[in-house]
Structure formats: structure tokens, C-alpha cells
Write a protein that binds this ligand. Structure first.
Ligand SMILES: [Zn+2]
Length: 379
């Protein structure tokens, strides 16, 4: 299923490396993908026993990409043997606009995980909206107007919670990545976003980043920065930016005249600072999520089924990608009979099996008892 063009952007605020020590309660569960069939046989490393990479212990570290193992963010905390993402809607209007889609998105994740949190489903994460002691809604900003005039935080909400907003920019949804105590944790959802878009943002909230941001993604895809909308504008802007020109002049070794174009292109396409300065969406594709020397890759092979992977045409300047690959932003590499071929891929309508494995790894079921409330839906 194809999503309408809706820009899914991880709001990558300057990451803060948290020096957390591993929580002994996080029992590591080896991903178990052998008991499920992959929807895409070419993704299924277990199908070829002669392939050394089919062994999860010896295969390349690849698969979902996240900020948790890199300790750029924490998993949401454990309370009474349950990992909990507590969230508040900005105000009642936000709840009215988004509640149904939030429920639908949570259901998409629960379906991918095989049901509500339980020993059987092997995860313990649930979402909980903030309520007062009489079970009435607590909104984050009682006098909220818009994103630029949020008003004052509801002092009745004392914990670190996720604040949920509707987007003031059409087609733009984004979210902060993982649990970051003491810092703003926000999810902003476009009015017209489908449940799958909200599920993508929930992936960020849980700690995931874009699959195309894996540092080894060039092995699996070709990326065409020049096909992202706003490319020419960003390139024109940086060429006239006094700060960029000053940095170029100071570059050591000096940049030759015939290499300057390349230098500007590299800055807008491959660096967080310059791509964000011009709001050029290349920042949603940065390898290693724009961080140097910090691994953001998880386990298992590049997941073309992941809800965290953009489609070939998302963010493209032209809608012609369907007909002419020259207009696409990303293409999948496949080698057939020694020949590399390139093909398009769509957005996904639900989290993949490996997306579910991410949840099981970081939010595993804890304890033997199955609390009564575990059979409840996420709310
Ligand atoms: Zn995103």
C-alpha cells in the first residue's frame, strides 16, 4: 500500500550522548526470526544454510537502526515489570484530532507483535495517556494555542512524558527519538497523516531511526540527494551563505576551484548542520544519522519491509519516479546473475517482523507473572 506523500521526519535534535549503564532488568533476547516467514524471500538470511551470514551470531550487524544501543537515548523505563510510554495530548482539540489514529497506530504495532504485551508476545511495552486521580484527561498545555504559543506546562504532570501535537505544517510529521529524561520528548502529527505514518513516528518515540540512515545502507540502496525537493534551492543558498563561504575559505587543504561545487553538495547532502540550516530534507537520509563514529545500526539485514524506511519517491521533487527511476530518491540494489539492477520500493503500511523484534529486544517481557492488566489494549 502506498502512503500519500507525507514527509516523515525524525526530529533529530542535537543528540546528547547519555552515559547510562546497562540496566540489569533488560534481559537480552536473541532475535528469533526462524519461527516466522519473511514476506520477502531475498531478505531471509536463514533460507540458505551455506551462507555464513544466515547465522545470527556470525552475520553482519545490520537491520533496524536505533539510538538505544548507541546510548544516544534510553529505552522507556520499566515500572512494575512493564515498560511504559506515558504521553499527554497538548490539549483537548489535539486529542479529538488524533486519538483514533493513535489507537490505530498502536494496533498496527500490537498486530506486528502478535498481540498485547504478554509473556507469549515477548514484550512488555505499553502506552498510557496521562490522567488525574479521577481518571480525567491531563493535557500537557491547558492553554495551548499552537506550536509557537504552547503556553505553560501542566504542573500536574510531573513525570517525563511524551507530548503529542498536531502539526502546523501540512504533510509534516516528526518525533523525538527514544526516552530522554529531562529533555523535551515530542511527537508532532500532521492532520491528514494515516495510521501508518503515526506508527512510523511511534517507532521514533520507541528509539528507532530511519532504516535508510544505517551507516552501511549504500550496500543495499542507491541514494540520489539531487532528486530531493529543495535541492537546487539549498545549493543556491549555501553558495551565497557567508558562513559557508568562510568555512570553505578556511578549508585545509584548500578546495580547488573545480571541486567547490562538490564541496557545497557534500555539505547539504551529508551533514546535519548544513542540511538542517536550509531545512533541506537530506537530513532524514544521513548515514549514521549524521553522527560520526557512533554506531546506530542494530541487528539483522537491511529491512526493506521496515516502517522506518522511506519509499523511493518520498521527498522527491518530481512525481515521475513511478515511471522513470532517474527521478527517485532511493533505489534498491539487487544482484541477479552477477548484474546489479535497481528497483523502486514503496512505503509500508505496518511495522515489519524485524521492527517487532526491535521492540522485543529493548522492551522484553519481564518476570514470570502475567499481570491482569496485560491483556488490555494500549490506550
Ligand atoms: Zn521518520
Amino acid at each position: 500500500m502506498r502512503l500519500t506523500i507525507s514527509v516523515l521526519v525524525a526530529l533529530v535534535t542535537i543528540p546528547f550522548v547519555l552515559a547510562i549503564s546497562p540496566n540489569p532488568n533488560y534481559e537480552y533476547h536473541l532475535p528469533n526470526l526462524y519461527d516466522v516467514s519473511s514476506s520477502d524471500p531475498s531478505n531471509d538470511r536463514s533460507s540458505d544454510p551455506s551462507d555464513p551470514s544466515s547465522d545470527p551470531l556470525s552475520g553482519p550487524q545490520s537491520g533496524w537502526a536505533d539510538h538505544l544501543q548507541a546510548q544516544l537515548a534510553q529505552p522507556w523505563p520499566l515500572k512494575n515489570n512493564r515498560h511504559r510510554i506515558k504521553y499527554c495530548y497538548a490539549n483537548k482539540a489535539t486529542k479529538d484530532a488524533l486519538e483514533c489514529r493513535m489507537q490505530d497506530a498502536m494496533t498496527l504495532w500490537q498486530n506486528a507483535l502478535g498481540g498485547p504485551p504478554s509473556a507469549m508476545a515477548r514484550y512488555s511495552l505499553f502506552f498510557k495517556a496521562t490522567k488525574d486521580k479521577d481518571h480525567k484527561d491531563l493535557f500537557c498545555y491547558p492553554d495551548f494555542q499552537d506550536m509557537d504559543h504552547k503556553g505553560t506546562w501542566n504542573t500536574a504532570i510531573k513525570e517525563d512524558v511524551l507530548a503529542v501535537f498536531t502539526s502546523s505544517q501540512e504533510g509534516i510529521s516528526h518525533a523525538t527519538v527514544g526516552f530522554r529524561p529531562g529533555q523535551a520528548m515530542e511527537m508532532v502529527v500532521d492532520h491528514g497523516a494515516e495510521a501508518a505514518v503515526v506508527a512510523h513516528e511511534l517507532g521514533h518515540v520507541m528509539g528507532m531511526i530511519h532504516e535508510q540512515s544505517r551507516s552501511d545502507r549504500d550496500t543495499y540502496i542507491k541514494f540520489y540527494c539531487e532528486n530531493i525537493k529543495g535541492y537546487q534551492e539549498a545549493l543556491n543558498a549555501i553558495k551565497q551563505d557567508p558562513d559557508a563561504l568562510a568555512q570553505l575559505a578556511k578549508n585545509n587543504p584548500p578546495v580547488a576551484d573545480d571541486k567547490k561545487e562538490e564541496w557545497f553538495i557534500n555539505k547539504i547532502c551529508n551533514t546535519m548542520f548544513w542540511s538542517r540550516k536550509y531545512e533541506f530534507l537530506a537530513y532524514a537520509y544521513l548515514k549514521g544519522d549524521g553522527m560520526v563514529g557512533i554506531p546506530v545500526d542494530g541487528d539483522w539485514g537491511f529491512d526493506f519491509d521496515s516502517i522506518m524506511l522511506y519509499s523511493s519517491f518520498q521527498t522527491a521533487a518530481s512525481s515521475l519516479c513511478d515511471y522513470m527511476k532517474d527521478f527517485c530518491v532511493m533505489l534498491r540494489k539487487t544482484t541477479v546473475n552477477g548484474q546489479e539492477t535497481l528497483s523502486t520500493f514503496d512505503s509500508k503500511s505496518k511495522p515489519s517482523l524485524r521492527d517487532a523484534q526491535f521492540v522485543r529486544k529493548w522492551y522484553p517481557w519481564v518476570g514470570e507473572q502475567v499481570p491482569k492488566t496485560s491483556q488490555k489494549r494500549w490506550d
